[in-house]
Design a protein around this ligand. Structure first.
Ligand code: ADP
Length: 476
């Protein structure tokens, strides 16, 4: 079985969020089962070619759209045939992946549309025809449309929705710009309220659609979480699967993490305390006896940033420390930059900083995730791997990976509604748990023993690939 995995971001080459982590670790886990997987992504200016040993090949792909030719030079990793990078200077040599903090690049339809064509032309030119193409999010959602409708290739397709809020919606002129054909501009295909919706195309034309947790699979079929595509998903629910993401246990491992102050495992948790002390010292916080709460994530409404923002006065007056790391929408960046260094118990860093995030996971007592919705969420799994307990809103993948301490075998704190009151209540419950040291330490050890690795989920994806290819076995 041969799989082509296509994504707009793959760790460690380019990452804006969890999609990159998944795009690194899922193909890796699948290939451990003896399945050949090649991964493909655009080669952005921000990818460090030298550091990653990315080299040019002789291969190029021409894509002609509306009379204009886009030439993609193919790059690969030196001494490795698992990754292919598609480079076109005009489309991908930019400072950001999808847009500036002010907004999306206006030609994202051409950028990712041309890339989608180039991927299929790559198959034709190299003769590497995969059994299944696994595409991800709106950026690559046109690939199943093109395979089925334009090229009519006997390649099966699986499309994964990592976040249904991002759909790739463009003006209807995109139909002409991408030579898609007006027969696709209808309610059963790409049309979405008079516009063109890439993600809808991916849902309609793929042989199977997956999303990243069972709860989110159910949620996106409802108007509250479906962002207008719930009806389409209900119509295609026979091929919709919720498969929980995992995290890469080699990448996220407190025993080997080179960025943290001291490595540790569940038998040496006193070293986690050392991490906490050193973190407090380095970032100007005081009081090892107080619980340390962290937030790491995109500053986007989805992540419950408004709730955190609203709760700042309460947090500032609590007998606890907080560390907040994130970046995203300009208004949030400005807000948090504006209150940086204002409160002695709140450390704030606006930016994207993986080494700092690792120190935070290692040093914290609790991770805060007050998400409005959360397709899967990786932070909570990473946190637990580092012995950090989770305080989260009960939604999507958070509901699938955290069990509240009031329930039998529970090990985290969940709250029902995304409001400031419930959020603060959750923090207070965490503080109470922190005071009960015996229980707190036991739970800390327990969450480190939980298995959030890719193994179980990779097997589910393999069964799904087999199912779309051969029509069996059933039931993921
Ligand atoms: P998303 O919705 O952003 O994909 P996930 O929870 O699935 O959220 O994945 C988030 C990933 O990005 C995690 O690996 C997290 O540690 C990382 N991350 C998010 N924001 C930052 C940041 N500002 N600095 C460092 N890492 C970050």
């Amino acid at each position: 079985m041969k799989i082509a995995f296509v994504s707009s971001e793959i760790y460690p080459f380019a990452k804006t969020g969890g999609l990159a982590d998944v795009s690194y670790s899922l193909p890796k886990a699948v290939s451990h089962h003896g399945i050949k997987v090649i991964s493909m992504m655009p080669l952005y200016k921000t990818v460090d070619r030298k550091k990653h040993n990315i080299v040019e090949t002789d291969l190029y792909i021409d894509v002609s759209l509306s009379g204009k030719n886009y030439r993609f030079r193919i790059y690969k990793l030196k001494d490795d045939v698992k990754y292919y990078f598609f480079h076109n200077e005009e489309l991908f040599d930019r400072d950001f992946l999808y847009g500036t903090p002010e907004g999306d690049y206006p030609d994202n339809d051409i950028r990712f549309g041309a890339f989608s064509y180039a991927v299929i032309e790559f198959f034709k030119k190299t003769g590497f025809y995969p059994d299944v193409v696994h595409t991800n999010d709106w950026q690559t959602a046109l690939i199943p449309v093109l395979i089925k409708d334009k090229y009519k290739l006997p390649i099966k397709t699986v499309h994964t929705i990592h976040n249904i809020a991002y759909q790739g919606v463009f003006d209807k002129s995109t139909i002409d710009k991408l030579n898609l054909g007006w027969h696709l501009f209808n309610m059963e295909a790409l049309e979405f309220y008079g516009k063109v919706n890439f993600l809808k195309g991916g849902i309609v034309f793929s042989d199977a659609v997956t999303t990243v947790s069972p709860t989110y699979a159910r949620e996106i079929c409802t108007p509250e979480y479906g962002f207008g595509l719930d009806g389409v998903l209900r119509a295609h629910c026979h091929k919709l699967y919720g498969i929980l993401n995992g995290i890469d246990y080699d990448v996220w491992n407190p025993e080997t993490d080179p960025y943290i102050y001291q490595n540790y495992n569940e038998t040496s948790l006193e070293k986690k305390e050392k991490n906490k002390q050193m973190f407090l010292d380095e970032y100007g916080l005081a009081g090892i006896e107080k619980p340390l709460f962290i937030f790491i994530g995109r500053f986007a409404k989805q992540k419950g940033i408004d709730i955190i923002q609203e709760a700042i006065p309460e947090l500032a007056s609590m007998n606890a420390n907080f560390a907040i790391l994130g970046s995203g929408d300009k208004s949030y960046n400005d807000f948090f930059a504006g209150i940086k260094n204002k409160f002695p118990n709140i450390f704030i860093e606006v930016g994207y900083d993986e080494p700092l995030s690792r120190k935070m996971y290692a040093s914290a007592d609790f991770l805060l995730m007050p998400s409005i919705y959360e397709p899967c969420g990786l932070n909570q799994m990473i946190a637990m791997r580092y012995g950090t307990l989770v305080v989260a809103r009960k939604t999507g993948g958070l509901a699938d990976t955290v069990i509240d301490i009031d329930l039998p075998a529970g090990y985290g704190i969940l709250f029902e509604h995304p409001t400031k009151t419930e959020f603060i209540k959750g923090i207070n419950r965490a503080k109470e748990l922190f005071r009960n040291k015996k229980r707190f330490y036991r739970l800390r050890e327990f969450v480190m023993s939980l298995d959030f690795s890719w193994e179980a989920s990779a097997s589910k994806y393999i069964r799904l690939y087999e199912e779309v290819k051969f029509g069996f076995p059933k039931g993921v």
